[in-house]
Design a protein around this ligand. Structure first.
Ligand code: ATP
Ligand code: MG
Length: 409
């Protein structure tokens, strides 16, 4: 048997990037030989094994043929006769279809190295169209390598468009899609992921609510970039520049969905877009079965981001309601993520990226003041049950009024 490094490990070494996980392909071996060498099988009918020591993935060279819709609709054929070239041709991009032996000799039948040098993301063969997940993968690689100047080849983009228009994207499971989306959002330029999906028509299928924001104007005074879609991309870009976690990035992407529902006669104003957007955020959350913390923060940021921007003008009672809605007493981290999402929203506007955002510290201070109200003195006064809750609220309101006054002077 011959063993080769494949995929990301080869690509990233040639790019001079750190290699984290290594995938291997094994040519000329049978399952029985692998088991005899101590490899552990990953799944029942999938020719992939884990190395007994390193735990790295070793896959038998295989060919794939599409036999139906979606990912279940694939048949694999692994046998000792399958060649390295046959295995590499089923891969998504030429830059991912190179192999390397232990002497670092490159096997590169589909010119991945040339495409690496020319900064092109190009599909390997027409079989690309057999797995719609590849549309998301290409967009993710475009985001990851945007900084190096990589672009999607026009013929690959055309194939991605064909896949988007064919209805195949709808066959993707929530789990597979979310895995790609969440990884893409954590790249340094997640806005490129959304842009590429839009360029090939996939955004309209996967997230029509986000796609609908493009072409919708906002008031120029607050939004020099005017377009709601461009604004959303900029907010996402800011969230990555500031190294925010996935929850915040997801909330940034979805915060303004309501603007896509505004009747044209009301443009460029978007009255109550925060509230109108909630059902769209809920729909997207559920479509991709986003994790609970992502779902929750996106809904809260959607509903309250304007409150965040107007923090300094809010009445003490409104401020208190905001803090209560976030349950800042038990969930301090979630409120902090809301604050930074608002800040990203404020900065994700053309020419305003460097602006200061005093609302952030003001809100942090308000949360501290509300949290600082002690329960003990109220207990000592004999308050219990719902009365205690009311008394606590009154004390917090009093404290917030004082906070507001001192901040104003
Ligand atoms: P990463 O750095 O994100 O791990 P990677 O290229 O190693 O990048 P993996 O998901 O680990 O990506 O997959 C390893 C290799 O398997 C890829 O380089 C590619 O050759 C192939 N591959 C993975 N998923 C697909 C797919 N859906 N269609 C075609 N080829 C795929
Ligand atoms: Mg990998």
């Amino acid at each position: 048997m011959q063993i080769y490094k494949v995929g990301g490990a080869v690509r990233d070494r040639l790019l001079g990037k750190p290699v984290t996980d290594i995938d291997w392909v094994v040519v000329g071996a049978t399952t029985e030989e692998m088991l005899a060498k101590g490899f552990r099988p990953v799944g029942a009918d999938f020719p992939v094994f884990l190395h007994p020591k390193s735990g790295e993935e070793y896959a038998l060279a295989r060919t794939e043929r599409k036999s139906g819709r979606g990912y279940g609709g694939f048949t694999f054929h692994a046998s000792p006769e399958v060649t390295l070239e046959e295995d590499l041709i089923r891969r998504d991009l030429t830059i991912n279809a190179m192999a390397e032996d232990d002497q670092q000799n490159l096997t590169d039948p589909y010119h991945g190295r040339r495409d690496l040098e020319e900064r092109i993301l190009r599909h390997v063969s027409p079989a690309f169209a057999e797995d719609p997940l590849r549309v998301l993968r290409v967009a993710r690689f475009a985001a990851r390598y945007a900084e190096l100047g990589f672009k999607v080849a026009s013929e690959t983009l055309a194939l991605m468009r064909q896949l988007s228009e064919s209805g195949e994207l709808e066959a993707l499971t929530a789990e597979r899609s979310w895995k790609e989306i969440s990884r893409a959002l954590m790249e340094d330029q997640p806005q490129v992921f959304i842009q590429v999906l839009r360029d090939c028509g996939a955004l309209k299928v996967l997230m029509p609510e986000v796609d609908a924001l493009f072409g919708v104007p906002q008031p120029q005074a607050h939004h020099p970039e005017i377009d709601s879609g461009i604004h959303t991309l900029s907010v996402l870009e800011q969230s990555a520049l500031y190294k925010q976690p996935l929850t915040v990035r997801w909330a940034c992407l979805l915060h303004d969905l309501g603007k896509g529902l505004t009747p044209e006669e009301e443009w460029p104003r978007h009255i109550a877009h925060e509230h109108k957007g909630l059902k769209l955020i809920k729909a997207i959350n559920e479509r991709f079965k986003a994790p609970k913390d992502c779902q929750e923060l996106a809904l809260l940021v959607g509903q309250y981001h304007t409150h965040g921007h107007r923090a300094l003008e809010l009445k003490a009672s409104t401020l208190l309601e905001l803090l209560q809605s976030f349950d800042v007493y038990r969930r301090p981290q979630r409120f902090e993520e809301f604050i930074v999402a608002c800040e990203m929203d404020a900065r994700g506007r053309k020419g305003l990226e460097q602006r200061s955002y005093p609302q952030a510290d003001y809100l942090r201070g308000a949360a501290n003041v509300a949290r600082g109200v002690a329960v003990q003195p109220l207990l000592e006064k004999g308050f219990k049950g719902p009365e205690l809750g009311e008394a606590l609220k009154r004390e917090r309101l009093k404290a917030l009024k004082a906070y507001k006054e001192s901040a104003a002077s």
